[in-house]
Ligand binder design. Structure first.
Ligand code: GUN
Ligand code: FE
Length: 479
């Protein structure tokens, strides 16, 4: 039996498959030396638990009334090299943005010193902002991608690292590798990563997107992922211009989803970013393969790509997480992703409402016209009422940022909430931090306080960050 390393008492807020936000007040949690949750019970059980687990009751760390623990947040899609220009170059749509800003920047990561500087900064910044798991795109450069893996491991972040693959595109040949090179380098990358045997940093097969990959490369990468049972990530149906281009390049495929699916790239370890324009049929394919979508609302708006209808994805029972997609998105904070996900859902609500009004008006005009012409108006198909559309709740967005992300990455059996035996990836939130961006004026319900943190909080409220029981923020002096 594992021995304890931490015992905390206070409020715990997390999600379960049946409850988007469960608040456990006056609870006590024990974390073993291996990083797992040994118990989580009502604090009244403290004396009994102390005897059972052999801890001293005076060693229990008690949270203040303005503090709570929540699960660490999971960024299911982020481009580490793009952190160097985050918040700039936001005035072009996706394909132009890639060509003018992204590819030229990523090219500089052949230089390991450039990589080391930016990668250290992005790992530290995301950890400080509560991202305990990140699914990263690096660049085509294998050695620089290994640098990112080493840094994530050093700082204790749980991470998936993708050496990017791209071998084909007439518009930007100078940024590409050959197909052979891409396959060989991916094999080398996977090989080095496997030898490193990092506990919580793993390789992920990363074809950039269908536009920049030959059919042969997609096919070989699908086989490689299958051979090593690896995770897979890419982009799908992000913008209409992108989809048109995919269908032009791959005329024998029926849909964007089919391009990946027929090349074995949709598995239960796949996370595809965006998916704004996926049809119901494509979502059904995702569901049947157990593949997930990473919803990146900041990027979808910043690159004016589109909106993902989260409710429709959930209705199709497709696994869903949130992503920052930095630097297509201008923030690496998952709190921002939560807010933008809710706001996107409200925008969709308003669009549906507008559509509904237009339909109603059309019907009224039609009725008036037919009556004027002495014709009895026929039945009109029932129109969807815009108000039926459920806006994403803050509780559900919280679940997507934590447990949902773990489900998307197929690690929800390892972490994602405070279930006993899972690894303790957690944030200690202090809503009364000295320099907090918001105040709590009175004794409000914890549910309301959590909501205020989700909307107004930032890294100043994230007092400590734990990954598998290890306190990784604040950083130690030598890190
Ligand atoms: N599609 C292909 N590459 C990228 C990228 O770097 N960012 C985004 N947002 N979409 C992409
Ligand atoms: Fe992306």
């Amino acid at each position: 039996m594992d021995t304890l390393q931490h015992v905390f008492k206070g409020t715990f807020v997390h999600s379960t498959p049946s409850c988007p936000m469960e608040v456990l007040k006056e609870h006590i949690i024990g974390i073993g030396k291996m990083g797992r949750i040994m118990f989580l019970e009502d604090a009244q059980e403290q004396t009994r638990l102390a005897q059972k687990w052999g801890f001293d009751e005076s060693d229990v760390k008690e949270l203040s009334k303005s503090e709570f623990f929540m699960p660490g947040m999971v960024d299911t899609h982020i481009h580490a090299p793009q952190y160097s220009f985050i918040g700039s170059a936001m005035d072009k749509p996706l394909l132009e943005w890639l060509e003018h800003t992204t590819f030229p920047t990523e090219e500089t990561y052949a230089d390991l010193e450039v990589a080391e500087n930016v990668y250290r900064a992005v790992v530290r910044r995301t950890l400080k902002n509560g991202t305990t798991t990140a699914c990263y795109f690096a660049t085509i450069h294998t050695d620089a991608s290994i640098v990112l893996a080493d840094i994530a491991n050093h700082y204790g972040q749980r991470a998936f690292i993708g050496k990017v693959c791209m071998d084909s595109n007439k518009t930007y040949p100078k940024y590409l590798e050959s197909c052979e090179e891409s396959i060989e380098e991916t094999e080398r990358f996977v090989d080095i990563m496997e030898k490193k045997k990092y506990d919580r940093v793993k390789p992920v097969i990363t074809p950039r997107f269908a536009i920049s990959c030959s059919e042969r490369l997609l096919n070989e990468l699908g086989l490689l992922a299958d051979k090593h049972q690896l995770h897979i990530q890419s982009h799908i149906s992000e913008s209409t211009a992108e989809i048109d281009e995919v269908l032009r390049i791959f005329p024998t495929y029926d849909s964007y989803t089919e391009v990946y699916d027929k090349n074995k790239l949709l598995t239960n370890k796949t996370v595809m970013a965006h998916g704004c324009y996926l049809t119901d049929e494509e979502l059904n394919i995702f569901r049947s393969k157990g593949a997930a979508i990473s919803h990146c609302p900041n990027s979808n708006i910043s690159l004016y790509s589109g909106h993902l209808d989260v409710q429709n994805v959930l209705k199709h029972q497709v696994k869903l997480g949130l992503g920052t997609d930095a630097a297509g998105g201008y923030s690496v904070s998952m709190l921002d992703a939560i807010r933008k996900a809710i706001e996107t859902s409200k925008i969709i609500f308003m669009e549906k409402q507008k559509e509904n009004r237009e339909n109603k008006k059309m019907y009224i005009d039609y009725k008036r016209e037919t009556v004027q012409n002495g014709i009895k108006p026929g039945p009109i198909k029932k129109m969807e009422n815009g108000t039926d559309y459920q806006v994403l709740s803050n509780q559900e967005a919280f679940r997507l940022a934590t447990l949902g992300g773990c489900q998307a990455l197929n690690i929800d059996h390892i972490t994602g909430n405070f279930e006993v035996n899972k690894e303790f990836d957690a944030l200690l939130i202090n809503m009364a931090a000295e320099d907090s961006a918001f105040e709590l004026f009175s004794d409000i319900a914890i549910e309301d306080a959590v909501q205020r943190f989700l909307y107004l909080g930032d890294d100043r409220n994230i007092k400590e960050v734990y990954v598998a029981g290890r306190c990784v923020v604040p950083f130690t002096n030598n890190a």
